[in-house]
Design a binder for this molecule. Structure first.
Ligand code: CA
Ligand code: CA
Length: 151
């Protein structure tokens, strides 16, 4: 299923959104801390991923702490190989910022060894990647990856 057929299905289903019993989160979202998270089963480019999260009234995940990072890694493990998270260095190479603009520098970060490496140039979007234990890696924004929304 591509992103847009996925969104069409979501539109059809949007009148039936339910809250799972005992959860603060809409069905399909997973609760952790004060947020709800949706781990996509569809893939898309970074721009498509961002659009789908916005459709939910969410945004791509911003990882602020070890606890949040551990939750996300734990859930992702064994599922999709790569998920986009909500960071990029599109505006200035090497300066990663979260959705909304806060710099990675000075906050919690958990890059894989040697990352971000801007491999072969133009790796500008942050992901978590199974080959390095779902630590963070910069990857090409045009690559089709799964992604994580947070609300
Ligand atoms: Ca880069
Ligand atoms: Ca990289």
């Amino acid at each position: 299923m591509n992103v847009f057929s996925g969104v069409a299905l979501l539109l059809l289903g949007s009148s039936m959104i339910l809250y799972a019993e005992g959860s603060r989160c809409v069905a399909g979202f997973h609760s952790h801390g004060r947020s709800c998270y949706w781990f996509s089963e569809m893939t898309g480019t970074f721009a498509e991923a961002r659009s789908v999260c916005q459709f939910f009234g969410a945004r791509l995940v911003i990882i602020n702490s070890r606890a949040e990072d551990d939750f996300i890694r734990g859930y992702a493990r064994g599922k999709a190989p790569i998920y986009f998270i909500g960071g990029n260095d599109l505006a200035r190479e090497g300066r990663f910022v979260w959705e909304g603009g806060r710099p990675f520098a000075g906050g919690y970060q958990n890059w894989g060894s040697g990352q971000p490496d801007n491999y072969k140039g133009g790796e500008d979007c942050a992901t978590i990647w199974n080959e390095i234990g779902y630590l963070w890696n910069d990857a090409h924004c045009s690559q089709k990856c799964n992604f994580i929304c947070e609300i």
